[in-house]
Design a protein around this ligand. Structure first.
Ligand code: ACO
Length: 416
């Protein structure tokens, strides 16, 4: 941030003296008023539940222009990353600020691959859960428990510990998510296979069994990799702010990320893709496309409490750029699996068409968000609905850890 050549003046109609506050330019986006001394100078706080006008930190990681529908990771448009890079390249970018060179890429891929196994003891910890536990309950526990298994990367004041914790989290999340799934269905866990890609390895750990070879379908592998890229970071959202706030106390990275997983679980945030698919299934069960009009009337009726899940966003007041990419992937996956006539996809398209033309949605600038199509893709791949948010957590782990490490390296960081 750079100090601007103008200041903001706050004046009061009760005769109290006015106060001047510095203004800063960010490298992109709106200027910010520095209110840090406000309380000391005026004995007053600002009031801003939900941080509608408050930038809680400085960050150079992700930028969203909600009006334009633009998303940048370290300055790179999401469209470019989703079409030209893979998820691990994106992880490298988010963590280090630049895309890797060829040799950095090879080293980084090897480093992550080397850390994909989890301590064997973790499976006994997992056994304490009920088989029908929600995967997010299991994951919150498993991620928090990493701090009990990896003592040599829990000191946040040690840059080497921070770096190795980041790699461990990125590498082990797919293993943990797949373990949570296998546990729930009573199948044996699959150990990671290091000759597969990040997404390919995850598919095998999810759907392979020890009895036979598992062949990774490249279309599904690419689709999953894209889901991971699109969910990798999204600046200061609820779960990222949770991770920063939790980490600001100096707690270890595994504990801070576990807090992020817990926050993500909520239906207004990461739980929306699960809620969206449940909504589509309910409409389908009640009569399908024929019932769409009736459902939309309920959505518009404030007293019904019904929302069109997968629509609307706190920041995007335009089409979520990730939703466009996800729709493309959705077409590819359904074609590959011969599911072009999937009734839920037809239903989703119909809902989208109505909503984009309906005054209620147009006036409120409500557009599809990434969750609207990602649920259909995941369901087609064979991922159960209850695991959708777990997949989101897996992908977002890199964003959380990059943001946490950025905060810890910031000389202005304080406990929140
Ligand atoms: N369906 C129907 N009406 C909606 C929806 C929706 N999905 N979203 C917002 N509205 C309406 C609100 O009722 C409100 O109407 P009003 O002005 O008449 O009172 C208006 O649009 C503004 O909505 P707010 O709730 O004030 O918007 P906010 O920015 O606080 O909420 C949120 C954003 C929580 C995402 C909301 O749009 C929502 O609940 N959407 C559905 C859940 C969802 O898809 N969440 C995923 C978010 S993306 C993510 O986490 C990856």
């Amino acid at each position: 941030m750079k100090l601007a050549d103008y200041k903001a003046t706050l004046s009061f109609s009760n005769g109290s003296p006015s106060v001047e506050m510095p203004v800063y330019h960010g490298s992109i986006g709106p200027d910010v008023i520095d209110i840090r001394k406000l309380y000391a100078q005026t004995d007053m706080f600002t009031y801003d539940p939900g941080f509608l006008s408050t930038a809680s930190c400085q960050s150079a990681i992700t930028y969203i222009d909600g009006d334009k529908g633009e998303l940048l990771y370290r300055g790179y448009p999401i469209e470019q990353l989703a079409t030209k890079c893979d998820y691990l390249d994106t992880c490298y970018l988010l963590l280090n600020g630049e895309l890797p060179s060829e040799s950095q890429r090879t080293d980084f891929h090897q480093l992550v691959t080397k850390h994909t196994m989890v301590n064997e003891q973790m499976q006994f910890f997992l056994r304490g859960f009920r088989r029908d536990a929600h995967p997010m309950a299991v994951l919150t526990g498993l991620v928090g428990a990493l701090s009990a298994f990896y003592h040599d990367s829990t000191d946040i004041n040690n840059p080497h510990h921070r770096e190795i914790a980041a790699i461990r989290l990125i590498a082990k999340m797919p293993t943990l998510v797949a373990m949570a799934y296998k546990y729930g269905i009573g199948q044996p866990y699959m150990y990671p296979r290091n000759d597969l890609s990040y997404a390919g390895n995850f598919l095998r750990m999810m759907f392979g069994t020890p009895c036979e070879d598992y062949k990774v379908n490249p279309v599904l592998e690419r689709a999953l990799d894209r889901i991971f890229i699109l969910h990798a970071d999204h600046e200061q959202n609820a779960s990222t702010s949770t991770v920063r706030l939790c980490g600001s106390s100096g707690t270890n990275p595994f504990a801070a990320i576990a807090a992020g997983v817990a926050c993500l679980w909520g239906p207004s945030h990461g739980g929306a893709n699960e809620a969206c698919l449940n909504m589509l299934e309910e409409i389908q069960a009640s009569g399908g496309v024929a019932k769409v009009g009736e459902f939309m009337e309920k959505v518009k009726d404030k007293n019904s409490g019904v929302k069109l899940m997968g629509f609307g966003h706190r920041v995007y007041k335009n089409y979520d750029p990730r939703a466009k990419l996800m729709q493309e992937t959705c077409n590819e996956v359904l074609a590959e699996l011969g599911l072009e006539n999937d009734p839920l996809f037809a239903l989703a398209k119909k809902l989208e068409k109505i909503a984009l033309e309906d005054d209620y949605f147009v006036q409120r600038k409500l557009y599809p968000n990434v969750d609207f199509y990602s649920g259909i893709v995941q369901r087609a791949i064979g991922i159960p609905v209850s695991l959708f948010t777990g997949i989101f957590a897996l992908a977002r782990t890199v964003g959380w850890i990059a943001q946490l490490n950025e905060m810890l390296a910031d000389p202005e960081y304080k406990i929140g």
